[in-house]
Design a protein around this ligand. Sequence first.
Ligand code: UT7
Length: 317
Amino acid sequence: MTSPARPGARVLGFGTYRPVRVVTNDDLAQRVDTSDAWIRSRTGIATRRIADADETTVMMGTAAAEKALASSGIDPADVDLVIVATCTSPSQIPGAAPQIAHRLGSGTAGTFDINAGCAGFCYALSQAADTIRAGSARHVLVVATEKLSDYTDWDDRTTCVLLADGAGAAVVGAGERDEIGPAVWGHDGSRPEAIRVPGLGDNLFRMEGQAVFRWAIGLAPALRRICERAGVAPEQLAGIVPHQANLRIVEALANSLGAHNAVIARDVVDAGNTSAASVPLALSRLIDAGELRRGDPVLLFGFGAGLTYCGQVIRCP
Ligand code: UT7
């Protein structure tokens, strides 16, 4: 084997899909004992998008991927690998990745799904970057697509007010310099019951909200390690995009860094918690709004079921 010069990895473009239907807090209050005031004060959520029957994980993921490819200027046929992060596939088998690759026309791509709960996009992005750096692919398509509404107990007020649907995608390719920093990750596998969809007869999402909340807030030191591994000081960050679990968690994690120049993603306010899709949805919104520009360093951080987490600093496309 020869050792050619190692390429850098960078994100070439993002794409998103948000379901058409908007569900308000008042809509939910007609079914469960809750209120707009409670939901806003405890979660920051005002509205969320809930997919209709034809908006499947594969449909939403494909739509987000098409936009990411278009914004990257990459032909689907030039995608060598499709990685789909999801924890809400309608079936255990087959995975979503081959179906999305087929719909896109990425006929020669390798395909696989990963399930790392709400941390899925950041794990998948890390795998995509390493695949590019290793020279195993020219372009990797990362798709995070979630239809949490399929697994929501609409009579459980502690979870139904949080969960939502959507998809985000990124195209990763080679660049002269590395624009996707090293991943920092970890887990606490001692509490598998903290967030679960048991399966085998019980397909509904359950969460020990307070326990997860405390664990998530305690991850603040990981954000500092992500900056250190990337060689970026917190005050150099232009943006912070934590998983959009709950606005209180988003703000606590982001504020813990003292990144005074960084815009903080608050997509949760009208998108709810879309699990793995939340990081690319929230990041794309900041880019589309012109709040982040090409080359800006942004910290991404996913955390959730497992319990597991992963994050990295990337440069905006
Ligand atoms: O995405 C994966 C990662 N997920 C997360 O990071 C989510 C982490 N957890 C959370 O975001 C929060 O814990 C929740 C939003 C789930 C709950 O907020 P909280 O401030 O931790 O509320 P709590 O569980 O301490 O409940 C406070 C009270 C309880 O009533 P009592 O026992 O004090 O009488 C709950 O029964 O609020 C009640 N409650 C509600 N009241 C109105 C719980 N849910 C609701 C509701 N509406 N929807």
